[in-house]
Design a protein around this ligand. Structure first.
Ligand code: PLP
Length: 378
């Protein structure tokens, strides 16, 4: 059925199957489905529910606000939030049974105080910076953080539930930093255990590590991109080769079809000029919807069974296709990206054409898009 607007069709059955595929691929460890950033553009709550239906026993998010939104929808699965600032509602998070990552003595103290105020023990995951130099406590500072957790003022309010880290080069299995980070992580876990803690979960692997680095699975894995059916890197294989299916397709109806003479400059600054008399189709999707402006003249679109590149600049709300002799009419549907196994442009095709990564193509989609869920499990 044709929607009146730019539509993202989100196949929740595919999302559940992708999670189940990942779960059977890792064979043993539990799965924390990462649903941050509005489920990578697929919808936070729908992605959370479909992940659980597929066998995820944990949900991972960046922000406490995202975790609280999941709790407010009465989803009681374990949730970990790994990024917060002094502005965040730690007391509320602890009351809502949200696990929190600690990355410093400061965060240990903040969480312990909030837990006391909440009248509840806070579950924390020690996030180790093993070489990404982003979030997390450096291994050289770990002993100090462990002392803070064990100190009389804090210890009664904290439970060390997990130890985690994140790779800098998960998509390059042979990069020397991989072995080094794994080694630092293993030593950090040993130090946590030697300090008397018994973490329930040890987790390091994101999507690329799940498929490329089996030695990094421990007892919990954190897939994001792959639950949405997109391969983290071509050298691990396409979605189809990994056994996963793209969950989202982005579709739009044609808003106008008209004939133009040869030599017509199309869109702002006439970056495309018709070579001969031709027909063009107007598509109501633009950079405010997340269609990269860098896709001007290069972004691929499936229309009437043919893959065409956008003609001229992508504008805020619309772009143009030079359809030549293709049999197209107003209202016909075009596919901006979807499942390459069906001949549709992939998220990766868009990322390559616009010099970015597939993650950004998915998560930059704008609020005007009409999201339609299909195959939701009941
Ligand atoms: C986003 C994120 C993930 C998921 O990564 P993918 O590459 O999408 O699988 C896992 N862990 C952390 C800490 C993250 O920030």
């Amino acid at each position: 059925m044709i929607q009146p607007h730019l539509t993202s069709v989100v196949d929740l059955g595919a999302l559940s199957r992708n999670v189940a595929t990942i779960k059977s691929h890792v064979a043993g460890p539990e799965v924390m489905a990462v649903v941050k950033a509005d489920g990578y553009g697929h919808g936070l709550l729908a992605s959370a529910r479909a992940s659980i239906a597929g066998g995820a026993s944990w949900l991972g998010v960046a922000l406490i606000q995202e975790a609280l939104e999941i709790r407010q929808a009465n989803i009681d699965t374990r949730i970990l939030a790994w990024l917060f600032t002094p502005q965040d509602q730690l007391v509320q998070a602890i009351k809502a049974d949200i696990d929190l990552a600690v990355n410093s003595v400061w965060s240990v103290e903040q969480i312990a105080q909030a837990a006391k105020q909440a009248g509840q023990i806070a579950r924390v995951h020690i996030k180790i910076d093993t070489g990404l130099s982003r979030n997390g406590v450096l291994t050289t500072d770990l002993a100090e953080v462990l002392r803070a957790i064990s100190s009389p003022v804090n210890s009664a309010n904290l439970n060390v539930t997990g130890v985690m880290s994140h790779f800098a080069y998960a998509d390059e299995p042979n990069h020397p930093t991989v072995a080094k980070q794994l080694d630092e992580f293993t030593q950090a876990v040993d130090l946590v255990r030697a300090s008397g803690f018994e973490p329930e979960v040890i987790h390091l692997a994101n999507s690329a590590a799940i498929f490329g680095l089996p030695q990094t699975h421990f007892n919990l894995v954190r897939p994001g991109l792959t639950i949405y059916g997109v391969s983290p890197t071509p050298h691990l294989g396409s979605s189809a080769e990994l056994g996963i299916t793209p969950v989202m397709s982005l579709r739009a109806p044609i808003a106008l079809v008209k004939d133009l003479p040869a030599g017509s400059g199309i869109s702002y600054a006439h970056q495309y000029v018709t070579e001969k008399a031709t027909r063009v189709a107007l598509i109501p999707a633009g950079y405010s919807d997340g269609i990269p402006r860098a896709g001007s003249n290069v972004g691929p679109v499936l229309i009437a069974g043919s893959l065409l590149k956008i003609a001229g600049r992508v504008c805020m709300d619309q772009f143009v296709l030079d359809v030549g002799d293709l049999p197209v009419s107003i209202g016909d549907e075009v596919v901006i990206f979807g499942d390459p196994a069906k001949g549709e442009p992939s998220v990766d095709d868009w990322a390559t054409a616009t010099n970015t990564i597939n993650y950004e193509i998915l998560t930059r989609l704008g609020p005007r898009i009409n999201r339609t869920f299909v195959n939701e499990s009941r």
